[in-house]
Structure formats: C-alpha cells, structure tokens
Design a protein around this ligand. Structure first.
Ligand SMILES: [Zn+2]
Length: 125
C-alpha cells in the first residue's frame, strides 16, 4: 500500500512559477533571435535592449534552476531544509520565496562570496 501525500501548496506554486519562467525565457530568446537588424541611429538603444534581455535571461535561468532545485527537494522530502547548513528555513521566508533552498544567513553568506568574485557591474531595473 502506498501512502498518498497531497501535493503541498509550495509545490503547486513552484510548478506554476516554473511554467511562467519557461514561457518568459522562450519569449525572450525569440526576441533575441528576431532582432538582428540594427539601424545605425537606433544602434545604442537596440544594443542596450539586447544587453538588458540577455541579462534578464541569465536572471530567469538562475531563478528557474532554483525553482527546479526546490522541486527536487520537495520530491526527496527535504524541502524547507537549508541545503548548506541543514537547519530548517524560516516558514515566512518560504512563503515569500518558495524556491528558497538556503536559510537567510547562508543566503547572505553565499551572496557575499559571489559578489566578491564578480565584476562590479550591476543592472538596475
Ligand atoms: Zn543555512
């Protein structure tokens, strides 16, 4: 006899988010492929637009990977546990960010470390 566990609401949210991200990514990738003719006058704006899209694609891809990692954790029954230190993640944090796989202090630590290794260019939305 197999025990049927209901789909947790976090999983539903993550699946929805995953679908949205995949949609958005394919739309952006199409856009990137479509815009090949650059008018000299509009060159700068076009290039800026493309750079913005490329940056956005990178952000969405990272987000999608997070969402998929969280979905795998749900399937393994490890959802809500920090993958770095093994402590439970604050439920309020999971509510706000269902794809969180790190607790707040590990997240801050990882961000601090990755910022140090990267060039200081930041794109403002
Ligand atoms: Zn942690």
């Amino acid at each position: 006899m197999s025990k049927q566990t209901p789909v947790p609401k976090e999983k539903e949210r993550l699946l929805q988010e995953q679908a949205q991200l995949i949609d958005e990514l394919s739309r952006l990738r199409e856009l990137m492929q479509a815009e090949v003719d650059i008018e000299p006058d509009e060159g700068d704006a076009e290039i800026f637009e493309r750079e913005k899209n490329a940056a956005l694609i990178a952000v969405l891809e990272a987000k999608l990977q997070n969402v998929q990692a969280a979905l795998r954790l749900i399937d393994k029954g490890n959802y809500g546990i920090c993958t770095r230190c093994g402590k439970p993640i604050d439920p309020g944090r999971l509510e706000a960010k269902p794809d969180a796989t790190l607790c707040v202090s590990c997240q801050e630590e990882v961000e601090r470390l990755s910022r140090r290794g990267r060039p200081g260019r930041q794109i403002q939305w």
